[in-house]
Design a protein around this ligand. Structure first.
Ligand SMILES: Cc1cc2nc3c(=O)[nH]c(=O)nc-3n(C[C@H](O)[C@H](O)[C@H](O)COP(=O)(O)OP(=O)(O)OC[C@H]3O[C@@H](n4cnc5c(N)ncnc54)[C@H](O)[C@@H]3O)c2cc1C
Length: 447
């Protein structure tokens, strides 16, 4: 077992790895954490923006909790170069850390399109805590916010912007909203719902520049009228933080989305170096192909599996399930698995008058993907998200239920119960054992 573990990146994947190493070894090894930011959860930033939680609640570790885990933390410093032959990391202040094995968990960052004014004043991204603080300072009751990009991240902050009393316009280059999360039929329902709740949508809009105009931002487009805003939020995609690895010999995919290529133990092409979370191109649970799944559950699972392997276990990872779940203006929208599989048997039902949509995708007797849309007040819809996800995740044999679900895609419960899916899922943790508390004295837990 390696004695000196180095974790680069203190986000979800990095902290889950640290927690798991300590669960496995009880403090026997050395752990060094190098992270550009103090550990916090990006996923809860929308709640901070909406003033549902205080800033102190976004943090996932404190100096005291890291000390209790016996972690030597270097925070606010960036990894600059990795010498995998010498097993040495150089930081941006010139200092170096030697390791026996290391985890790269440096996540991703927001990117903006290369158009004039995209980096100008009043134009923000919403990916880091610092960016969240800037948006909070700029968005007050009556502020006119224009969000560029109608993807998942933009939808996670939509409620919070409205809750701050701002008005909201969303512009999207694709011909519909949520182009990588839902199909056109579902997008139509969500768009109609948002417009009825006062959100202005403009799709198929290619932005060409942003400029100052009488104290406001003027957004111009290839076609049509300009749009004016007090604050612009760019939710136009992300890129993995991997440039610093150049010359390290670690293989990074040339496919769109990039990512460090990993094996089923989440080891990179250099065996003493693991990768996890947004930076890792790991296996897809359903297809086995290597993909970047830049979502929280994947970062958690990757971190847990890498932590166990760094601590000496021999743990293969089954793969991650892509899933996106958002609630916008009290409408639940979710998709998971292979929801756009062109070869699947597809069953859909639309109740446009009730803003409901359901799509189930089968490969043979297995549910391989699903899409759900419906008002959040309908509790059965929320329950179905969990049950359908469970059926996809467990790979339950639904041959006997396929015809029933084709006729009644909203009647999932009997199939879920009859296949004993809950019972099968319970013992299935990524570590192959029940989760344990990280052995932290209560007084040092993050409050
Ligand atoms: C607003 C928002 C809402 C989201 N909502 C959801 C959601 O509802 N559901 C969901 O599944 N996912 C959501 N996500 C995505 C989710 O937060 C990410 O997938 C997850 O944080 C990835 O974890 P990670 O550990 O790979 O990277 P991160 O959490 O990004 O952590 C990376 C860490 O590495 C550090 N770092 C970067 N470069 C360096 C360097 N060179 N040297 C040292 N340290 C470095 C960073 O400072 C950071 O601490 C959301 C993200 C955002 C921004």
């Amino acid at each position: 077992m390696a004695a000196r573990h180095l974790i680069i990146g203190g986000g979800t994947a990095g902290l889950n790895a640290i927690r798991t190493i300590r669960e496995e070894d009880g403090g026997a090894s050395e752990i060094t954490l190098v992270s550009a930011e103090r550990p916090y959860s990006r996923m809860v930033l929308p709640y901070y923006l909406g003033a549902t939680i205080a800033e102190s609640h976004v943090y996932t570790a404190t100096p005291a909790s890291l000390a209790a885990w016996k972690v030597k933390a270097t925070l606010g410093r960036r990894a600059k170069a990795l010498d995998t032959a010498a097993r040495k990391l150089t930081l941006d202040d010139g200092s170096a850390v030697e390791y026996d094995d290391c985890l790269i968990a440096t996540g991703s960052r927001a990117v903006r399109p290369p158009i004039p004014g995209a980096e100008g004043p009043g134009v923000h991204s919403f990916w880091t805590l610092e960016e969240a603080r800037a948006v909070i300072a700029g968005v007050q009751p009556g502020t006119k916010v224009v969000m560029v990009g109608a993807g998942f991240i933009s939808f996670t902050i939509l409620n919070a912007i409205l809750a701050r009393g701002a008005s909201l316009t969303i512009v999207e280059v694709a011909p519909r909203i949520l182009p990588r999360m839902v199909d056109p039929a579902c997008a139509r329902i969500v768009a109609g719902w948002l417009e009825r709740h006062g959100v202005t949508l403009r799709v198929g809009a290619t932005m060409t520049k942003i400029e100052e105009w009488k104290g406001k931002r003027k957004l111009s487009f290839k076609k049509g009228e300009p749009v004016f805003a007090d604050v612009v939020i760019m939710a136009t995609g992300i890129r993995t933080n991997l440039e610093w690895l150049e010359g390290s010999g670690i293989e990074v995919s040339a496919e769109p989305g990039g990512g460090i290529l990993v094996d089923d133990h989440l080891r990179s092409s250099v065996k003493s170096v693991y990768a996890a979370g947004d930076v890792a191109r790991g296996p897809n649970l359903l297809t086995g192909t290597l993909e970047v799944h830049a979502i929280e559950p994947t970062a958690q699972e990757h971190g847990r599996v890498v932590g166990a392997n760094m601590a000496g276990r021999d743990l293969a990872y089954r793969g991650s399930l892509i899933m996106n779940i958002v609630e916008v203006c009290h409408l639940d929208v979710a998709s998971f698995g292979q929801w756009d599989d062109p070869k699947a048997d597809v069953f859909t039902v639309t109740h446009a008058d009730r803003s409901q949509y359901r799509k189930l995708l089968f490969r043979g007797g297995k549910l391989n993907g699903a899409m759900i849309c419906g008002p959040a007040e309908e509790i059965w819809g929320t329950n179905d998200v969990g049950m359908l996800k469970g059926l996809v995740y467990s790979g339950a044999d639904l041959s006997r239920w396929k015809a029933h679900l084709k006729k009644n895609p909203f009647d999932v419960k009997p199939a879920y119960l009859a296949t004993h899916t809950a019972g099968k899922l319970l013992p299935q943790t990524v570590l192959g054992r029940a989760s344990q508390s990280p052995q932290l004295p209560h007084s040092v837990m993050v409050q």
